[in-house]
Design a protein around this ligand. Structure first.
Ligand code: ACM
Length: 456
């Protein structure tokens, strides 16, 4: 087995002669290495893993798994003799923020599915799970002071089928208790993944409005059963502000992440009062010692504290955010929105958005450089992902290509990447039980004949 099967690609690899049996004893030693870096020395007598922190150890162990071959990704040994090639691997990530957003609001993912997704992120040396917990169609975060957020906002009676007008008439719902989320956070931390939670305000909040109409300006609201951009916004009143301060305070008790996301995107009809409302909540997070994160629409808000900006509408927004003194995570929909269709083929299931092939995602290079750029993030919005098999289909193997963008420095050449992906990495995904999109198109059972999308 050759070292070039590694994915994401490490900084430096020096092969030597021989092989080492797997599983081997790994002697993990503390070393003065940069954060997340590791050095592996593999010899016939065993493995020495040098690392400066838990993340370095996690990544060194992931690399060993990659070197051992696809069987090392199965949940139990098949009894086949695996071995590691001998040599030295020196490795460290390109970006500190190597994220993926998972939308559990539009379609709820069970706790077990979220834990599995974290495993898949860690296997790809991705380190941020941006968990989108609330939206117009569902509120997934239990807040004991406000039980209707989940008893009313946690489910809807029906969902739009694809992007047509038809409804499925089938209730959909679910939510996480505080203990569920604490468990998710701890599980992620042991795999060097930080969970950055998102409560979306002042738009994308119909589930909260349905639960507590006094947060808005109408008598009553219904949780949304359609997809799109709702014009229902939270009322920017002092009582709504107090409510959301309590909601965020409860969130902070559960999520230790320094960065906490408050949305701020897609707010048709927003006024200066709405903009002030977002600023006051951002300041509230700062007063609690956290750094607020918002989508790039918030750049229109005057006097914001320093934030992390998710640059999603285009690359230019990230450049503007950096110039205004914010840190930036590049996640432009033109490149790394994994809910967008994977080809222009008519068999692509529920085709929405732009075409982003594996090659397109692999080619992504953020327009921003310099110290304000924290990193990059892929986005898995879930309007059309009604089960976890659909998540697998849309996320993989594009997220594998993205992982190399996020981790590996230096030039990328798709012609060099493709055989590594096809011959070495897809068998690992098979062993993990990931139902990715085959490179030449969907399996028949992955198509959704007759369900309309909205290609752009
Ligand atoms: C977004 O896609 N509305 C952040």
């Amino acid at each position: 087995m050759a070292f070039d099967t590694l994915l994401p690609r490490p900084v430096s690899v020096t092969p030597t002669a021989g092989s080492c049996p797997w599983p081997s004893t790994v002697d993990a030693r503390a070393a003065s290495l940069p954060a997340e870096a590791y050095r592996l020395e593999i010899s016939p007598s065993g493995v020495v893993l040098h690392c400066g922190d838990l993340a370095g150890e996690v990544y060194g162990r992931q690399t060993l798994r990659q070197l051992a071959g696809p069987s090392a990704f199965r949940a139990a040994s098949l009894g086949d003799a695996l071995s590691l090639p001998c040599g030295v691997v020196e490795d460290q990530p390109r970006f500190a923020w190597r994220g993926c957003l998972l939308d559990v609001a539009r379609h709820y993912r069970t706790k077990a599915e979220v834990l599995r997704f974290i495993d898949l992120l860690a296997a790809h040396k991705l380190n941020v799970l941006n968990l989108h917990l609330t939206d117009d169609q569902g509120w997934r975060f239990e807040v004991p002071e406000f039980p209707r957020l989940t008893s009313v906002g946690g489910w809807r009676p029906s969902s739009m089928v694809g992007s047509g007008g038809e409804q499925d008439g089938r209730p959909h719902g679910g939510f996480y208790t505080g203990d569920d989320l604490r468990e998710i956070v701890a599980y992620a931390a042991s795999r060097a993944v930080t969970v950055v939670p998102e409560i979306d305000i002042p738009g994308h909040a119909r589930a909260a409005l349905a639960a507590y109409p006094s947060l808005g300006t109408s008598e009553s609201y219904e949780i949304w059963t359609s997809w799109g951009i709702s014009t229902s916004l939270l009322s920017p009143s002092s009582s709504t502000l107090d409510f959301f301060k309590q909601v965020f305070d409860h969130l902070l008790e559960i999520f230790p992440s320094k960065v906490i996301a408050l949305g701020g995107d897609e707010t048709p009809g927003a006024t200066d009062e709405h903009r002030k409302f977002v600023r006051l909540l951002a300041e509230h997070l700062v007063s609690r010692g956290r750094t607020p994160m918002g989508w790039d629409e918030v750049l229109d808000i005057p006097d914001l504290p320093p934030m992390v900006i998710g640059s999603w509408q285009n690359e230019e927004a990230g450049v503007r955010a950096a110039a205004a003194g914010h840190d930036v995570v590049m996640c432009p929909e033109q490149h790394v929105y994994l809910d967008h269709r994977q080809s222009s083929h008519p068999d692509e299931p529920i085709p929405v958005g732009m075409v982003h092939t594996v090659e397109d995602v692999y080619a992504y290079e953020p327009a921003l450089t310099g110290p304000r750029l924290r990193g990059v993030q892929a986005q898995v919005w879930s309007e059309h992902l009604d089960d976890v098999r659909r998540v697998d289909y849309l996320a993989f193997p594009r997220l594998s290509a993205f992982a190399e963008v996020a981790w590996s420095s230096g030039a990328r050449d798709y012609a060099e990447f493709l055989p590594r992906l096809r011959d070495h990495h897809l068998p690992r995904l098979d062993a993990l039980g990931v139902e990715y999109r085959p490179l030449d198109g969907p399996h028949p059972w992955q198509t959704r004949p007759g369900v309309p999308g909205r290609p752009r």
